[in-house]
Design a binder for this molecule. Structure first.
Ligand code: GLV
Ligand code: GLV
Length: 330
């Protein structure tokens, strides 16, 4: 029996080759629109869909899908209606672990870049506006001694904490905002005595930099809304490398414009790839095109994980990184 894989956008050869060795691989030449993807998934021509964050795998698609599994080429899987997939006995998998450090690097890059105004400063030099050292030129914010507040305390949050401690920051966190959950010293491991857990509203109020590391769920949608922005320090900077809809982006534009907070570093947007009106005109922002995991080695490892997941699911087995193991028929 030969397995058939549908890949919606080309991924590194490390993964494509594994699937070619296991069966037939179809890589779509252009990203499918929702109707095209729905028809392809309903055709019965494929065992496993290798999907991207841009592919919406919703209840409507899943209702007619004839697939064994969906291998998402990402750690996040908010583009997939996992509850419906599970009900239909369709396995879903993701690519955790391999992009943790790369994404934490981007969180620190945005933190440093907003604090020290790297985009404005770079533009000044390129435009010929640099006239030599000046006492008042491009004054930014300190990082050492400042409080980094983390929303979430999973892999990427911890990797961000590790870096921030290296920069001499004070790190506080709330593990599952807006809900509370106590993290024991044992669970803190290497961070015991180095970072402090606080209630979410105290993290918000104390942070000089607030960095978001939560998955997008109904509980975290607009976790940072106008009221949270108003509760932040006026000098605070918001960093988002998680998912755009965790922030009410229109409220953020207003807060940045009115000086309710001082800046924002964003790798993700609420209606990606569109930006909230006014966001791109604000000088106190650093805006990146969702590149948290974008290094050659990381993308290659993601491809290997996604392929290993896809091959296992095609065989009717539990993948190495299942999101819904309960979907496997007993
Ligand atoms: C990227 O955002 C991912 O979830 O891997
Ligand atoms: C994602 O991999 C996380 O656990 O933060």
């Amino acid at each position: 029996m030969t397995f058939r894989f549908l890949v919606t956008d080309s991924i590194p050869d490390s993964g494509l080759q594994m699937m070619r060795d296991a069966g037939e691989v179809t890589v779509l030449p252009t990203a499918p629109n929702p109707a095209e993807l729905r028809a392809l998934c309903a055709s019965g021509d494929y065992d496993v869909l290798l999907s991207q964050l841009a592919d919406t795998v919703d209840g409507e698609l899943l209702a007619t899908a004839k697939l064994r599994g969906i291998s998402n080429y990402a750690v996040g899987f908010n583009n997939i209606d996992v509850a419906v997939a599970t009900a239909k006995g369709i396995l879903v998998s993701n690519t955790p672990g391999v992009l943790t450090d790369a994404t934490a690097d981007i969180a620190l890059l945005l933190l440093l870049g907003t604090a020290r105004r790297v985009v404005e400063a770079d533009a000044l030099v390129r435009s010929g506006g640099f006239e030599g050292w000046k006492p008042q030129l491009m004054i930014g914010s300190d990082v050492a001694g400042q409080v980094l507040g983390l929303a979430g305390f999973g892999r990427i949050a911890r990797a961000t904490a590790r870096r921030a401690l290296g920069f001499g920051m004070d790190v506080v966190f709330s593990p599952r905002p807006p809900a509370e959950r106590m993290v024991s010293d044992e669970e803190l491991g290497e961070f015991a005595g180095k970072v402090r857990q606080l209630p979410w509203q105290d993290v918000v109020a104390q942070a000089d930099f607030l960095s978001l590391h939560v998955p997008l769920t109904e509980d975290t949608r607009h976790l940072v809304d106008a009221s949270v922005l108003a509760a932040m320090k006026p000098g605070a900077i918001l960093i988002n490398t998680a998912r755009g809809p965790v922030v009410d982006e229109a409220a953020l534009v207003t807060a940045l414009r009115e000086g309710i907070i001082a800046g924002a570093g964003l790798d993700v947007f609420e209606n990606e790839p569109a930006l909230a009106p006014g966001l791109a005109e604000l000088p106190n922002t650093v805006l990146l095109p969702h590149v948290g995991s974008a290094t050659g080695p990381v993308r290659s490892k993601m491809a290997v994980l996604a392929a290993a997941n896809a091959i296992a699911m095609a065989k009717g087995q539990l993948p190495p990184h299942p999101v819904n193991p309960e979907a496997l028929p007993a």
